[in-house]
Design a protein around this ligand. Structure first.
Ligand SMILES: O=C(NNC1=NCCC1)c1ccc(Br)cc1
Length: 350
């Protein structure tokens, strides 16, 4: 079995939506595929009309293959403060022809205001590890965990793009989607996330770091550079988070290269003149180097005047690890591999 479906960005690539078929006859909903969570939940016939604003709704009573999971409930909160909760059914779920008959479909009885106002988002499809699925009393499996053994290969891949549709594939690696080689790194899934350590990062052209200049005679008064060219970054690969949330030290280093940049309390992070030229941000996984073009890091205007723009790199607010969200992932072809025992992440240029 394999599947392939388009990942279409909303404005400013704030999120990517992918069509999913639920039930019999098929009910098509556009879901946010989220490698940072593990619940498949949908706007439904059980969502109060006051909380629905244009979203498609899954109606289990209109599906001949739906079954209620007796006594099961779910309740989830996301890193951006949004939340939702409700009941649970199983039904057939099809993503680009990859199909599982008994997938847990979590119907929303409550969604927070940011989901209500997100009119094109009909729900989320979690692709983190099933250990953090929120269904009680019996935890449910993610779509990937369910279909993994039926897939030609135990992988799904993300080819997210800036301001144009990309692709989520299940069960195969499409060699036409990347260049060079895929470098793999082991995943620590103990927190339920795709957590990895990037070998190094660099801001702008590498000459920006003291260590890369011919400072053979660096006066002893010069700070011994953090030498980001070999400083690792630990974090989670999260397709459901828009920005790249990195350590304060990295944010300071990056925005020190942008003369108009400031860390604004009112805007909630680093902002700069919208006409600023931003440096690239590069990270390496083994022998593969991924470069996020500076343009991708000019995320969006702060307001309608279009004078100040919000940065795509922001602080991880000392949560203890970074969040490699869409800003970081859309520069790469990413392989999420899990044979059920030793998960790995692969990165390739494209
Ligand atoms: O919620 C998280 N990722 N997904 C989504 N964000 C917004 C809607 C979906 C998330 C996961 C882990 C950490 Br640590 C921080 C945030």
């Amino acid at each position: 079995d394999t599947g392939s479906a388009a990942a279409t960005p909303e404005q400013y690539d704030i999120q990517y939506l992918t069509p999913v078929s639920l039930g019999t006859p098929p009910q098509i909903l556009n879901l946010d595929f989220d490698s940072g969570s593990s619940d498949l939940w949908v706007f439904s016939s059980e969502t109060p009309a006051s909380q629905v604003k244009g979203q498609a709704q899954y109606n289990p009573s209109k599906s001949s293959t739906s079954k209620e999971v007796s006594g099961a409930t779910w309740d989830i909160s996301y890193g951006d403060g949004s939340s939702s909760s409700g009941n649970v059914y199983t039904d057939v779920v099809n993503v680009g022809n990859a199909t599982f008959a008994g997938q847990a479909v979590e119907t929303a009885q409550q969604v927070s205001s940011s989901f209500t106002s997100d009119t094109n988002n009909d729900g989320l499809l979690g692709l983190a590890f099933s250990t953090i699925n929120t269904v009680q009393p019996e935890q449910q499996k993610t779509f990937f965990d369910n279909i993994r053994d039926d897939l030609d290969s135990p992988v799904w891949t993300a080819d997210l793009k800036h301001n144009e549709p990309g692709t989520y594939n299940f069960g195969f690696i499409d060699d036409s989607l990347y260049t060079g080689k895929i470098a793999y790194t082991d995943v620590d899934s103990s927190d339920g996330f795709w957590m990895i350590t990037l070998d190094s990062y660099s801001v702008g052209s590498s000459t920006s770091n003291l260590s890369s200049r011919a400072f053979h005679h660096r006066p002893s008064t010069f700070p011994s550079p953090s030498d980001s060219a070999s400083t690792p970054l630990t974090g989670i690969a999260d397709t459901g988070t828009t920005l790249a949330l990195l350590p304060d030290s990295v944010c300071t280093e990056y925005y020190s290269q942008v003369s108009s940049a400031a860390n604004s309390q009112t805007a909630g992070g680093y902002v700069f003149d919208c006409d600023a030229t931003l440096p690239d941000f590069t990270y390496t996984v083994g022998s593969t180097t991924i470069t996020i073009p500076g343009e991708y890091i000019n995320y969006a205007p702060v307001d309608t005047t279009g004078e100040q723009c919000f940065g795509g790199i922001q602080s991880d607010a000392d949560i203890g690890f970074s969040i490699f969200g869409d800003i970081a992932l859309k520069a790469a072809f990413v392989v999420f591999e899990d044979d059920g025992s030793s998960p790995r992440l692969g990165f390739a240029q494209k």
